[in-house]
Design a protein around this ligand. Structure first.
Ligand SMILES: C/C=C(\C)C(=O)SCCNC(=O)CCNC(=O)[C@H](O)C(C)(C)COP(=O)(O)OP(=O)(O)OC[C@H]1O[C@@H](n2cnc3c(N)ncnc32)[C@H](O)[C@@H]1OP(=O)(O)O
Length: 719
């Protein structure tokens, strides 16, 4: 809806009304068309201000309408009518002007923004381009390079930057609507000819072809197969080279391809998945909207290795006072320097003072006594963690939440070492913890709703996508990663190379293939876990082949690599060769290839040709299969939780929506058929055996991913 009122005698005030962000739904568009017509017709009105209700101008098109039959007036002629209007129109921008919201403002003759407003054309992050004239008007207003930057990245700019770029004409700290009303009166009666962006030429740019070639190359490289950023460059190029009407035709044509693409569906699914995970619920019935989060003003971090340092930085950045504890003096001193350095660098980028005063250091666990929440981040060793939890339970004030940053150990077992198991939850951060967006909040069977709500809320405050998950080895992310990595190792045994496997996964869109990723994380981490699980025990029971453990196929390849002291990037050698320890450029390693050949010969394995399809299917479908098991076990509440974890924590390409969404796009019947095929070929790999939930979903007609929760609920209620 849009409300029409008259203010200051002769100004029509049009207020968009569609909470929470005044998205341009069919009803809002109809409201704008009607009220603009009314204002242009009304002889008492000489100028118009458009604003949004509740301090938010407009969050853009209503994304929920995208999958539906189009109804209501389209945006392009609506914005054109505003621009062509003979009375001055001013956009009074408070809160946000995003996507169609900014395009609406660009159709107005002037734009006045509140200093706290944010503006942008984020359509690219939804797999689209600004196709309500934004790709044609913005370059005409601010020039090609700046428009390319905003449109291809979708980044939001502050009002101050918008003023500098020329997107807005004025920024105010006062009531934006009042300022806009006053301003529009001052220009009433003037010709608006020069203010219509569609009639302006694009500011000329020398070496136009070279500029676009360079940008296109960069965009293609960083897009990792996403098509929208490429289409955005093509649309801006049309603005720079064609008259406006033809540019609009091109914009429409490019949008036509994007709008119905699987990538746009995937990205829009991600948008809603990111928000859905905040609305968590637990098997106990505890929910996000009925559980009270406690305020955290003082936190303690125990253990100042890489993770502990990152968590300390992330907390201080959020304004939480932190006591950072490590009992080893040397580690403490190094951490102090590293944390201060990180905070200073981040502050320099922001142009603000580093929050150094918020961090205090101690070598004594006792310093955590009065913290509201403690995050344990010591070495990944159960006995050590148990001892820390025992001590914290005795030291900390009543009510302190005790959290562990374990990446997969039993949170409930740790809770059992305290006198307050209800206050224990997992907070699994991802390295580097001050950068990575994901936080798995691990709920043990005894974790209280308040403890979960508090950890989720703190994660949100830290700018994380917090996902509540159940307690099982590896939780969600690492549990799914295990069969994926295992499959990649099997492929090496059968004839593939790390280069082939990584290439296929990177072509799919992963930021890094599995072997490059393992080299980066450090191969010794998994080795230590396998040792603890007794998988690397050299005394394999007599008569048992070396490639079998606990009755299943096992590849000792990674263990053998580690035995050579090859731990990945940090040692300069792993699955690849690096020019020095800590080097980042992975190069093919002839040693590794000979090693693989010798290994195959030793075990009587004959290398065969493995095609890209097999690599992709085996690696991805086995991971997806584990995702279904996780859903079936109730470790994740829905497919959105798993997808958010993979997109925000594991480099899964966002334009593919996450593993569970991807499975639904491929077709569940197809995934099932391929898993059956590979399981038949490798009956000694239980992870390839299609899981019960996948079979049941296929049997119930492969419903779309948005309806899986219903099937899961039905299944569980039948148990
Ligand atoms: C062609 C395409 C055109 C012309 C377009 O305009 S595409 C849309 C472009 N706009 C965007 O991409 C903006 C998307 N929204 C956001 O970035 C943020 O929501 C926000 C910055 C506007 C507000 O952020 P925040 O205050 O953190 O709130 P939430 O993100 O949690 O959102 C609150 C609820 O509003 C729903 N929402 C937000 N934007 C839209 C929208 N454009 N269409 C429909 N619904 C929207 C969001 O899903 C939240 O809903 P609930 O989870 O509360 O149900």
């Amino acid at each position: 809806m849009a409300q029409y009122s008259r203010v200051a005698g002769s100004v029509a005030l049009i207020t968009l009304q569609n909470p929470p962000v005044n998205a341009l739904s069919a009803a809002v568009r109809q409201g704008i068309v009607d009220t603009v017509e009314r204002a242009l017709r009304d002889p008492e009105v000489n100028s118009v201000v458009i604003c949004g209700q509740n301090g938010k101008f407009c969050g853009g098109a209503d994304i929920k309408e995208f999958g539906r039959q189009m109804s209501g007036p389209p945006l392009v002629p609506m914005i054109h009518a505003i621009e062509a209007g003979h009375k001055p129109m001013v956009a009074a921008i408070e809160g946000v002007a995003l996507g169609g919201g900014l395009e609406l403002a660009l159709g107005c003759h002037y734009r006045i923004a509140h200093s706290k407003a944010r503006l942008g054309l984020p359509e690219v992050s939804l797999g689209l381009l600004p196709a309500a004239g934004g790709s044609q008007r913005l370059p005409r207003l601010i020039g090609v390079p700046a428009a390319l930057d905003l449109i291809t990245t979708g980044r939001h700019v502050t009002a101050a930057e918008a003023l500098k770029l020329g997107i807005v004409d004025q920024v105010t700290d006062h009531n934006t609507v009042d300022v806009a009303v006053k301003f529009v009166q001052s220009v009433a009666g003037q010709s608006m000819d020069s203010r219509r962006l569609s009639t302006r030429p694009c500011p000329s740019l020398p070496n136009l072809d070279a500029v676009f070639e360079g940008v296109m190359q960069r965009v293609r490289q960083s897009a990792r197969g996403a098509i929208a950023p490429v289409a955005c460059v093509q649309a801006v190029r049309a603005a720079a080279t064609l008259p406006y009407p033809q540019g609009m035709e091109r914009e429409k044509e490019l949008m036509g391809t994007l709008f119905t693409s699987g990538q746009a569906r995937a990205l829009q699914y991600c948008f809603f998945a990111q928000r859905a995970v905040g609305k968590w619920s637990l098997p106990s019935g505890a929910r996000w909207d009925t559980s009270k989060a406690m305020p955290i003003s003082k936190a303690a971090v125990i253990g100042l290795g890489t993770m502990g340092r990152g968590i300390t930085v992330a907390l201080a950045q959020t304004g939480v006072s932190v006591v950072a504890v490590d009992t080893q003096e040397r580690q403490l001193a190094e951490a102090k320097q590293a944390v201060s350095g990180m905070l200073e660098r981040m502050a320099q980028k922001r142009g603000s003072a580093p929050p150094l005063g918020l961090v205090h250091y101690s070598n004594n666990l006792q310093a955590a006594a009065d913290a509201d929440l403690v995050i344990e981040a010591v070495f990944e060793d159960m006995a050590l963690k148990e001892s820390v939890f025992q001590q914290l339970s005795a030291i900390c004030k009543p009510g302190t939440f005790l959290c562990t940053n374990t990446s997969g150990l039993d949170v409930d077992r740790l809770a059992s070492h305290t006198r307050r198991p209800e206050l224990v939850v997992g907070m699994h951060f991802f390295a580097p913890a001050h950068v990575m967006k994901l936080l798995e909040v691990v709920c043990g069977p005894r974790s209280s709703p308040e403890a979960v709500a508090t950890a989720m809320q703190l994660g949100k405050k830290m700018g994380k996508v917090s996902v509540a998950v159940g307690n099982c080895p590896g939780f969600v992310g690492n549990r799914m990663l295990k069969p994926y990595v295992e499959q990649a190792n099997f492929l090496l045994e059968e004839g593939a190379t790390p280069e082939l496997v990584d290439q296929v996964l990177e072509d799919f869109g992963f930021a890094m293939g599995v072997f490059r990723m393992s080299d980066l994380s450090g191969l010794d981490v998994g080795w230590r876990i396998r040792k603890a699980d007794k998988l690397t025990d050299p005394s394999v029971p007599a008569g048992q082949p070396v490639r079998v453990r606990q009755g299943r196929r096992y590849s000792p390849l990674a263990d053998l690599i580690c035995e050579q002291g090859r731990f990945g990037q940090k040692t300069g050698q792993g699955w690849y060769h690096y020019d020095k320890p800590g080097g980042r450029v992975a190069r093919s390693d002839p040693w590794l290839h000979s090693f693989l050949e010798e290994y195959r010969a030793r075990h009587g394995l004959v290398a065969r040709h493995i095609d890209h399809q097999e690599v992709l299917e085996r690696c991805l479908y086995v991971l997806i299969n584990e995702g279904f098991r996780i859903l079936d076990d109730g470790i994740a509440a829905g497919p959105e939780d798993i997808d958010a974890i993979y997109v925000f924590g594991y480099g899964w390409p966002r334009h593919r929506g996450g593993p569970m969404f991807y499975a639904s796009m491929v077709g569940l019947a197809r995934v099932l058929e391929r898993l059956e095929h590979y399981h038949q070929a490798h009956p000694d790999v239980p992870h390839l055996q299609p899981c019960r939930l996948l079979r049941r979903l296929v049997a119930s007609g492969s419903p779309p991913v948005q309806r899986w929760r219903e099937v899961i609920k039905r299944l569980h209620s039948q148990l």
